[in-house]
Design a protein around this ligand. Structure first.
Ligand SMILES: [Zn+2]
Length: 121
């Protein structure tokens, strides 16, 4: 699953973007609304969003729950040689890497693919 952590909560990718600023939008915490844009800090109705360009895939970091238990967002990130969270160009690349490391496609369901905003790379 891919998505982001925002203030300690996991938000799954919706494949929709904000019409105003073009950022990905996530499910709203308020039932009256469909989505929310963290960039604009606003909750949005469905007519205020549009489908994401199908070709766009954000860079991702790979994380999994510590000891396999998703509790209070305790996650361990896959690190690179310098000890920083490793950033993959996109989710398929991250999945290919994990498969090459001996994980099965079933294992992949337990990983979080955490999207990295382009400007934070
Ligand atoms: Zn926005």
């Amino acid at each position: 699953m891919s998505g982001i952590f925002y203030e300690g909560r996991w938000y799954e990718n919706t494949d929709m973007i904000c019409r105003r600023c073009g950022s990905p939008v996530y499910e709203s915490d308020i039932s009256e609304y469909s989505y929310q844009c963290f960039q604009c800090d606003e909750d949005l109705y469905s007519f205020e969003v549009e489908e994401q360009d199908a070709h766009y895939m954000p860079p991702v970091m790979v994380a999994r729950p510590v000891d396999g238990i998703a509790l209070n967002g305790a996650l361990e990130y896959l690190l690179d040689d310098t000890g920083n969270a490793r950033i993959f160009q996109n989710q398929p690349e991250a999945e290919a890497f994990l498969l090459s490391q001996g994980f099965t496609s079933e294992d992949l369901e337990y990983f979080y693919f955490v999207e990295v905003p382009e400007n934070e790379e």
